[in-house]
Design a protein around this ligand. Structure first.
Ligand code: ADP
Length: 585
């Protein structure tokens, strides 16, 4: 009997301890725990330090996110530590990175063996208090490339400047771009003995935009592009690579490439420079309205900061540099029905066209609003630009459909390819290339983070045989094989009989082979505010609106129907500088 009792006791004890081992602990152990999650560029690995039931520290041990997106991880880290909450909201504009970081932290926490409910949430610290009113000489709306350039220029001309940015970080579309800068007669061209001129560039801008650009504005862009690039290099300290890229529609290779081929270099250096001038950058501050005096002069801006309404007065003027409206589906459809729903966007979530609405309300003229550009080969999940796909611009890949057939000339204009892709099965295209194209272009090295992320997210496959690569995406392998054979024959004969592909044709050789799925996404809005060559805003009556200047993607009439690749960075620099100078006069 005693034996039975003892056994029962033992059994019940072991059951209790099993229950304890299975279930959650009643407190969170102190210590450091590691976890992983998938971000935009692949795996993110973090270490999480817990102390006294609270998140004490988070360290990112490994990640392949681009430099611009790393800032989002810092913001999340601070918020998690401040609130003791592992389910913080994603940072807008950096969704995939945020989700990956959050997953990594949650994974690390799971290693504590404790339940998340033991984390006692702390109140989010109140946003820093702002004044009700600020007075400055110049208010700049938007901290993308155009706004920062304009602000620095005005500050260097002795102006007291404040920059308003609605997002929690500076950068806009400039940050997420490749940052390439078209500049005729530049230093890399000189080194490579490439002949170019401002006239040739001017002709390309006009032709690329179907002669719809305002000739006076296009002329300014062509004439001042080089000066702008030199300013970025010499005054702002931007570092450029020692090679160039050849973008469609340019007569010669003239596009300078910033360090690491991303817009981060430009935004990072401009933000540092702005700091040096002592001009404040008010983040999370959304301009909502332009203020005008009785004479029709713009004298300030109303803005919103965490529910607080702030009035900013601008003695000399306001510079609108709020970017385009590529992320705003409704607005796109309003001006061009075809470009609304159905398209993802490569743009920053901040590109909602706020500046256009504000400027129109006070009588500014908006021009070319229906000219909206799609980029043909973007991420099917996020709409982001895919730099690995630049292998196409090197003439070394073909685009096929699910049926394994080519359907468009691969170096056609962006709009033509985009429309053709949307007509294919699933509205997507498959970019195909071989081992030597990869080796020559170096895309897997230059854009390693993106490359690894694409593989991890199954958007890109590398396979030893063509059949295997095709099977991954359920592409008709027999047809693809025929397509490649035909293409190789065209390369041999020196003429593409199907699509008359421009440039030198290089045949495909040995594997491994690569196939990347992509689809078109809205990339640039050519339309916008009408300005004169001094970056002053012009009204619907054709008169200058005193005190209001505009620069960057918010401006229309510069690129006509179609902006050529790498012309935007030149545009925002040239007109950002002009706006900064004009407002200081
Ligand atoms: P650009 O290339 O013309 O400089 P970007 O897209 O790079 O254009 O930058 C525009 C910036 O303006 C973005 O950072 C965007 O978040 C910001 N912005 C847009 N609307 C507003 C607004 N209403 N108030 C403040 N900032 C804004």
């Amino acid at each position: 009997m005693r034996k039975i009792m003892a056994m029962l006791l033992l059994l019940s004890l072991s059951l209790t301890s099993a229950a304890c081992g299975n279930g959650a602990k009643d407190s969170i152990p102190d210590g450091t725990f590691e976890g992983t999650g998938n971000g935009r560029g692949g795996e993110i690995k973090v270490s999480l330090t817990m102390k006294d039931q609270e998140v004490a520290d988070i360290e990112v041990l490994e990640n392949q996110e681009s430099e611009g997106l790393s800032e989002a991880m810092n913001m999340l880290k601070e918020e998690i530590i401040a609130t003791n909450n592992l389910d913080v909201d994603v940072v807008s504009g950096a969704t995939l990175t945020s989700v990956g970081f959050r997953l990594a932290v949650q994974d690390a926490f799971s290693k504590t063996g404790a339940d998340k409910s033991l984390l006692l949430k702390k109140e989010k610290p109140a946003p820093e208090k702002r004044e009700e009113k600020y007075d400055a000489d110049v208010i700049v709306i938007g901290a993308g490339g155009a706004g920062l350039t304009a602000a620095i220029t005005a500050a260097e001309n002795g102006m007291n400047v404040i920059v308003l940015e609605k997002m929690p970080m500076a950068g806009g579309n400039t940050l997420i771009s490749g940052g390439e800068y078209a500049a005729p007669e530049n230093w890399v061209q000189e080194k490579e003995a490439i002949e170019d001129s401002a006239d040739l560039f001017y002709g390309d801008i006009m032709k690329g935009g179907d002669e719809e650009s305002n000739p006076a504005l296009a002329r300014v862009l062509a004439d001042k592009a080089l000066e702008g690039a030199e300013w970025l290099r010499d005054e702002v300290g931007m570092i450029f690579e020692d090679y160039m890229l050849f973008f469609g529609g340019h007569s010669v290779e003239r596009s300078l490439v910033p360090k690491n081929a991303t817009g981060y270099e430009m935004i990072h250096k401009l933000t540092e420079k702005l700091k040096e001038t002592g001009s404040p950058l008010h983040l999370e501050t959304k301009a909502t309205e332009l203020i005008m005096d009785e004479n029709g002069r713009v004298t300030g801006v109303k803005a919103e900061y965490h529910g607080q309404i702030i009035e900013y007065t601008a003695k000399k003027g306001v510079i609108m540099a709020s970017g385009g409206f590529g992320y705003n589906k409704e607005m796109r459809a309003k001006y061009n029905e075809e470009m609304g729903e159905g398209y993802l966007s490569t743009n920053s979530v901040g590109s909602m066209g706020d500046g256009l609405v504000m400027a129109e309300k006070i009588g500014a003229s908006l021009v070319d609003m229906s000219f909206i550009q799609a980029y043909p080969t973007c991420d099917t999940q996020s709409g982001a630009l895919l730099y690995v796909g630049d292998v196409r611009m090197e003439g070394r890949s073909i685009l096929v459909n699910k049926e394994g057939k080519r359907f468009v000339e691969e170096l056609e204009r962006r709009d033509v390819i985009s429309k053709a892709v949307l007509q294919q099965t699933g509205g997507v295209s498959y970019m195909f290339w071989d081992a030597s194209a990869m080796e020559d272009s170096g895309m897997d090295v230059k854009h390693a983070a993106e490359y690894n992320g694409l593989i991890a997210r199954k958007q890109l496959v590398k396979a030893d045989t063509l059949e295997e690569a095709a099977a991954f995406f359920e592409i008709d392998a027999e047809e693809l094989k025929k397509t490649v054979e035909n293409y190789n024959q065209y390369a041999k004969d020196g003429k593409d009989l199907e699509f008359n592909k421009r440039g030198k044709l290089v045949p495909f050789g040995e594997g491994p082979y690569y196939i990347m799925v992509s689809k078109p996404a809205i990339h640039h809005t050519m339309g916008g505010i009408k300005i004169n060559t001094e970056a002053q805003v012009v009204s619907t009556e054709g008169k200058v609106i005193e005190g209001l200047f505009a620069a960057g993607e918010v401006v229309g009439d510069i690129h006509g129907t179609n902006r050529l690749g790498s012309n935007a960075i030149a545009d925002i620099t040239v007109f950002g500088r002009i706006a900064g100078e004009s407002v200081s006069k």
